[in-house]
Each structure stands twice: as C-alpha cells, then as structure tokens.
Design a protein around this ligand. Structure first.
Ligand SMILES: C[S@@+](CC[C@H](N)C(=O)[O-])C[C@H]1O[C@@H](n2cnc3c(N)ncnc32)[C@H](O)[C@@H]1O
Length: 269
C-alpha cells in the first residue's frame, strides 16, 4: 500500500520503519506513526494546524458537541464496506477513530501534514496506519483505496482520483451555508455567504456525485471553554476582532450545526 514519497517505489517494513528499494528510509516514531513528509516537500517548518488549534479541537470534539456528525459519518463509511480506506487531513483523529470502529475488518490509513495532530491522533486508534504526509503527494499506491474520507479538510482532487479504485468513493463532510450562523453573526457585521455547492464544481472527469445528504441540529454552547475552543479550532479564532471574540466567550448561546455529506464515486470503468 505505501509508496516512497521521494521515488514512488513501494515501501517495505524494515527494523523500526519502512524503506524503498532505492534505500530511502523512514523511521517509525515512538508514538507509532510514520513521517513520510520529506523536508523538501514542506513549505514551512511546521506545516498544518499548530498545537493550540489541535488541542482546542480535541477538547471540543471530546466534549461530544459534534457526536451526531461523527456517528453518521461512521455509519455511512461502514455502508460502503471498503477493504482499504484513508482519512485525508485527519487532524487529531476524532472522526478517524470512529470510522475505524465502524470498519473493524478493514485496513485503515490516516494522514495529516501537522505533526502535532498526528502525534495525538495515533493514540486514539493504534491499529491504524498513521502518517505525516501531504494530501498533495499521498504516499499510497494508485487505485489502492475503496474509500477516502475528507472531513473539514482541504483536498487535492487529482490525488483523490489517483488513489481511488474504480467504484470506490470519496466521503466528504463539510459545512452548509447555515453552519455556525449565529456565531458568525456575533463575530462579523456582515456575514459572508458561503457557497456549499462549490466543491462539486471541482469534481474531475472520471468521478461523479452519487449521494448527498445533510444533517443539522441546534447546539447549546453553555461553557466558556467550549465557546473558546470552538473559536480556536476555526479560522474565526484569528479572523474576528479580539473584542467580538471576548463577547462570544462571555455568554451562553445556541448555534446551528449544519453539515453536508457527499459521496463522490470514481467511475467503475
Ligand atoms: C479543519 S482541520 C480538520 C481536521 C479533522 N478532519 C477534523 O475534522 O477534526 C484541517 C486539517 O487539514 C490539515 N491540512 C492542511 N493542509 C494539509 C495538507 N496539505 N496535507 C494534509 N493535511 C493538511 C491540517 O493540519 C488540519 O489538521
């Protein structure tokens, strides 16, 4: 399944890591993940989400606020019965671990470009193959996955298509235009409209949308910690003014959670 991020040849297990026939070698970290992001493929020293964002997301998700979203995601994933699956941009692994639980017989992979995220994620489900890697150069073989998950994460569509076996699909979970509306109204004078269909225009030839559904509910944010963490795990944490953020943290409020799931299939032939 794994391919060398430098020369694309297959990687084989060696003592405490993996290596390719050209002898590019990658050690396994103490926590169990593999770092398959060569320094020449990094745009910054510590790419991806930083420790503060990852910790905020972990606390918020472990608080159960988004539990219904993860439950439906895992249920959908289980229905597609993949043998090999990959979560692209897995973050600190909350959703990944629930997909893994729903697919106990499958071979699961998860990657993120953030070391801080993967370091924490691999503790949630040590049986999975956790990788520090870029979504733009995924170190997995062509047509090797029957299911890719992309949850609130950026995606390289050509890479997704390359990785999918014919008939396999991408399970994408992302916000609808109503998502966190009340929070956005508190943070900004003018709430930017969000086109929640835009990603569909990016579907490359050879893939097609096969299923879409939405899930929404009202969430009471009744602790300052939950409100601060929700801000810190989203771009609102740095985009909104300090004054507006402080006001949001100060008082309880209800917010709409509104998500869409899309299943985008690779054509069978
Ligand atoms: C909004 S977070 C979502 C994390 C997780 N899926 C979740 O919903 O909890 C987006 C994630 O994408 C990762 N990311 C950003 N650019 C990436 C890239 N080029 N390759 C892989 N991961 C990337 C970030 O490090 C971050 O963990």
């Amino acid at each position: 399944m794994l391919s060398c991020p430098i020369c694309q040849m297959p990687l084989q297990a060696v003592d405490n890591g993996v290596a390719c026939p050209a002898n590019h070698r990658f050690d396994r970290a103490r926590q169990g993940y593999l770092n398959l992001l060569p320094v020449q493929h990094k745009n910054s020293r510590d790419p991806g989400d930083n420790a503060a964002m990852v910790e905020a997301r972990r606390r918020f998700l472990d608080g159960g606020h988004y539990a219904p979203l993860a439950a439906r995601l895992a249920q959908l994933a289980a229905g597609y019965m993949p043998q090999h699956w990959l979560d692209i941009g897995c973050g600190e692994g909350y959703y990944t671990a629930q997909i893994a639980e729903a697919l106990p017989e499958a071979d699961g992979y998860a990657l993120d470009i953030s070391r801080e995220a993967v370091k924490r994620a691999c503790k949630r489900a040590p049986q999975l193959n956790w990788l520090i890697a870029s979504m733009a150069r995924v170190p997995l073989a062509d047509a090797s996955c029957q299911l890719l998950a992309s949850v609130f994460s950026p995606l390289d569509w050509q890479e997704a298509k390359r990785l999918l076996a014919p008939g396999g699909g991408l399970l994408r979970m992302g916000p609808t235009r109503e998502h966190l509306m009340e929070l956005r109204q508190k943070l900004y004078d003018e709430v930017r409209d969000y086109d929640d269909q835009k990603h569909l225009e990016l579907i490359p030839p050879g893939m097609h949308l096969a299923h879409s559904e939405t899930l929404s509910f009202t969430l009471l944010l009744d602790t300052p910690e939950a409100r601060a963490d929700l801000l810190a795990m989203t771009p609102h944490g740095w985009r909104a003014s300090a004054e507006r953020r402080a006001a949001v943290i100060a008082e309880n409020f209800e917010v709409t959670v509104a998500i869409r799931y899309d299943w985008i299939e690779r054509d069978a032939s």
